[in-house]
Design a protein around this ligand. Structure first.
Ligand SMILES: *Cc1c(COP(=O)(O)O)cnc(C)c1O
Length: 401
């Protein structure tokens, strides 16, 4: 079976993991990440959400309203709430996955502290519109959520530099990974200093047991993506038997992982450095695969495709389909696992109903109709396209007869 994602890991990451720890492993990772993103500072965290939470604190925001997309990863509003602030949601722009920036001014109040602009699935935020908002409301902080986009570009301008700071997620499903982990980048010296200070006050040094657990988790990722075992894992996953490992949210709870205040381990930092070196190769492979897939899919009825965009990093190839259930089933029969990231619109989740101020129809539609087609580096993309197209054509003609 072709898995919905697969991290780009080989012997280099194993070698990095097995290298004896050095005192400055985390600093080295931060340095290489800052260089990759073309920024002055990178500050590492155990999760992206921990980074966001402490970034809001470092920006001096408390009791404020933080504007974020209705359609994004649920850990974002979790972090906002854990930082002592309130999320305010904005629907997607019609025909896109990203938040509608034209609607942001409608929800700005005197309590607004920051706007989280997210380049979902790697689709770059419209930086011209964002610049207009910054000009009109210079006191409001801008945070770029680059967890999917990393260095996506809008008209040649990289995302991460257009705001006060950017956050990144580095778990095993992201473009590059440090096993778990997150990063905050900024060009602002004072902000970087206060973020480091807050981190030293709030995060515990990881215990040896955390490194051991991370190592076991990391080693088990290698065989898990091997074909036959992956098929078995897929069955267990569908039966809900792996929820403890793969489920990252509850519809009705606002929580954080037990170790969200334990610092990133040196082991993870060493794996992260190795991944930073592969970033450009990974993104160009994902882009090329996305281009090939989107070209073919645009010919299939029942699929809404955003046409290929050069600056997009394509962390996921996401499209909207009429009947998602049938797509998942027929692709599975053809040996292709389709993802359904992100399958919720946050203000409709039980835990967030009281935060939603209005209706969010576009994000609701995306949540119900999105699918992601595998595009990881190393995939046999022609084989994938053949399988997906063939099963959709059979499926469509079966419905007609
Ligand atoms: C993954 C992700 C994050 C950060 O997630 P962590 O699991 O906390 O590292 C933030 N925003 C988005 C949109 C994400 O997908």
């Amino acid at each position: 079976m072709i898995p919905r994602f697969r991290p780009s890991l080989d012997w280099r990451e194993i070698a990095a993991a097995l290298t004896p720890p050095r005192r400055d492993d985390v600093e080295r990772f931060e340095r290489s990440f800052a260089d990759l993103m073309g920024q002055k500072h990178a500050v590492a965290f155990p999760y992206g959400r921990t980074g966001l939470m402490l970034l809001l604190e470092a920006l001096g925001l408390k009791g404020k309203e933080i504007i974020c997309p209705a359609y994004t990863c649920v850990v974002v509003p979790h972090a906002i709430i854990y930082s002592g602030n309130t999320p305010v949601f904005v629907d997607c722009k019609e025909g896109e996955f990203n938040m509608d920036l034209d609607r942001v001014p409608e929800v700005i109040t005197e309590r607004t502290g920051a706007i989280i602009a997210t380049s979902l699935f790697g689709y770059p935020v419209d930086l011209d519109r964002l610049a207009d908002i910054r000009k009109r409301y210079p006191h409001i902080k801008i945070i770029q959520d680059c967890a999917h986009s990393f260095s996506a570009e809008w008209k040649g301008r990289p995302m991460q530099r257009e705001g006060d700071a950017a956050i990144f997620g580095l778990n095993i499903s992201k473009i590059i990974t440090s096993i778990f982990g997150g990063m905050v980048t900024t060009d602002d010296d004072r902000l970087a200093d206060s973020l480091r200070l807050i981190r030293s006050q709030r995060l515990k040094k990881p215990e040896i047991i955390k490194s051991i657990n991370r190592f076991i988790y990391f080693i088990s990722v290698y065989p898990a993506f091997w074909g036959p075992l992956y098929s078995l894992i897929n069955v267990l996953e569908r039966l809900g038997m792996l929820d403890r490992f793969v489920k990252y949210y509850d519809d009705d709870k606002i929580t954080m992982p037990a170790d969200f205040l334990d610092m990133l381990t040196p082991l993870e930092a060493r794996v992260g450095v190795t991944q930073v070196r592969k970033y450009h190769q990974i993104v160009s492979a994902k882009r090329a695969n996305a281009r090939a897939v989107l070209n073919q899919l645009s010919n299939i009825p029942d699929v809404d495709v955003i046409s290929f965009r050069e600056g997009c990093t394509y962390s996921h190839v996401s499209v909207l389909v009429g009947n998602r259930h049938r797509w998942l089933a027929s692709c599975m029969d053809a040996g292709v696992q389709i993802g359904i990231l992100i399958e919720y619109s946050i203000p409709y989740m039980k835990a967030y109903r009281t935060y939603g101020q209005e209706a969010y129809p576009v994000s609701k539609y995306c949540a119900d109709h999105v699918i992601n087609i595998p595009n990881w580096r190393g995939i046999d993309i022609e084989d994938l396209i053949q399988r997906v197209i063939a099963c959709q054509i059979t499926d469509i003609s079966a419905q007609r007869t």
